[in-house]
Design a binder for this molecule. Structure first.
Ligand code: LLP
Length: 401
């Protein structure tokens, strides 16, 4: 049931060569077949439950990809006006949009007052919605994000459901939040939880959700938003979806609607990053594979110490040796992989970074005045389609006056 097509099934050395020559490197490539299959796995798990699936477009905001997900029945989970703009470019209607965030500005609140759902992060935010409702009349349906104080066993930067994290309303003050909403004439439709990202154990999901379900019963809410956070297989472990469907899905029975906000699970394994090998630098201490993009194109290894598999396409020698794969930027943190066992690639050949579809391009930067890469979609017919051109130096300095 959960055996999806993988990039390995669709990617050949010739294809990498062809794409790199046609579009240049660094290059992000996504596979439509994989995106659609994984979107269907997500919706398929919730058999018998009325779901409102959204794609967390912080993971990837390319409107061409959002349009594919729209066809699969997904709306979007947005955090900013920029992500709203991306959703609009993909023709996602307001009624399919959920708005998250712990720092919603009054300007954003006025402009986004027509989206379907909002997850309210704090009592202070409720106060603001009261003012906005007074000024603009109709406002979105409101969920209260609760902080269940559950440890998701993921990287601390992407854990969100512990008391020390900035997100959500601690359960101890939930009563005050509900009271505040009532006094302000704000109608709440349910609770929202999202305890973090890249979670590979079912237990924390269960621990958080069972609290949210119990509270929903207590307060009579018929809708619930269960967030996202499903962990993918970067190295050796992923969320066990059959366990998830057995353990989590039954808790959701009886709800009128269940909102989902899934990002990484759908798009992460559907994307790769192709880089060109500039040269292999050997010192007494180490061997460095120097490639033409680093933390500017994929910051996850530098920022979270994240592991991404690396595939060498044309080896100079087949024996594997310990190497660091590094970018060309001016800091030592500019790494894509450290202490990994790889064949030594030929100068000028290409390497592929796996599982780069989520939080890859979305977190890319222009550091060292580098240009953001192009993005290509391999369609279901295996045709490459340019879905974002490479930046130019004019793009880079467009805002200078
Ligand atoms: N809902 C909320 C409220 C979120 O904050 C997030 C992710 C999601 C849904 C989607 O989570 P996903 O299904 O993609 O795990 N930049 C980090 C990940 C940050 C996640 C932020 N929030 C990384 O590269 O690992």
């Amino acid at each position: 049931m959960f055996n999806c097509t993988t990039v390995n099934d669709l990617l050949s050395g010739e294809l990498v060569q062809k794409l790199s020559i046609s579009y240049g490197t660094p290059l992000y490539v996504y596979f439509e077949t994989i995106i659609r299959e994984r979107a269907r796995v997500v919706t398929g798990i919730f058999n018998g439950i009325n779901i409102f699936p959204t794609f967390a477009c912080k993971a990837n905001n390319n409107p061409n990809l959002l349009r594919i997900l729209k066809e699969e029945g997904f709306g979007t989970d947005i955090v900013t006006l920029g992500e709203y703009y991306a959703s609009r470019l993909a023709d996602i209607p307001d009624e399919k949009i959920v708005w998250n965030g712990n720092g919603k500005s009054l300007k954003e609140m006025a402009l986004l007052s027509k989206v379907r759902y909002v997850n309210v992060d704090s009592i202070e935010e409720l106060e603001r919605w009261k003012d906005v409702a007074f000024k603009v009349g109709d406002i979105p349906e409101l969920f209260l994000r609760i902080n269940p104080n559950v440890n998701p066993n993921t990287h601390p930067y992407i854990s969100t459901g512990l008391k020390k994290n900035k997100f959500g309303i601690p359960i101890e003050i939930l009563e005050s939040a509900l009271k505040k909403a009532k006094e302000s004439n704000l109608e709440l439709v349910g609770f929202h939880i999202h305890i973090g990202s890249q979670i590979t154990d079912v237990a924390p999901f269960y621990e958080a959700l069972s609290q949210a379900v119990e509270l929903s019963r207590k307060y009579g809410f018929r809708k619930i938003n269960i967030g996202g956070g499903w962990g993918i297989n970067y190295k050796d472990k992923e969320l066990d979806l059959s366990d998830y469907s057995k353990t989590i899905v039954p808790l959701l029975e009886g709800f009128e609607e269940v909102v989902l906000e899934i990002g990484r699970y759908i798009i992460g394994p559907a994307g790769i990053l192709i880089l060109k090998v500039e040269y292999v630098k050997r010192t007494d201490a180490k061997t460095f594979i120097v490639v033409d993009g680093g933390m500017n194109v994929l910051i996850r290894p530098a920022m979270y110490g994240a592991f991404h598999g690396v595939r060498v396409l044309s080896a100079e020698q087949n024996e594997k040796v310990e190497v660091d794969v590094v970018g060309p930027l001016c800091e030592s943190g500019d790494v894509l992989a450290t202490h990994c066992m790889l064949e030594i690639p030929r100068e000028g050949s290409y390497i592929v970074i796996e599982n780069a579809g989520a939080y890859g391009y979305a977190m890319a930067s222009n550091y060292n005045s580098t240009l953001k890469p192009a993005e290509v979609l391999m369609t279901e017919n295996n045709e490459p389609k340019l879905i974002r051109r490479r930046e130019t130096y004019d793009d880079l300095f467009r805002t200078i006056i």
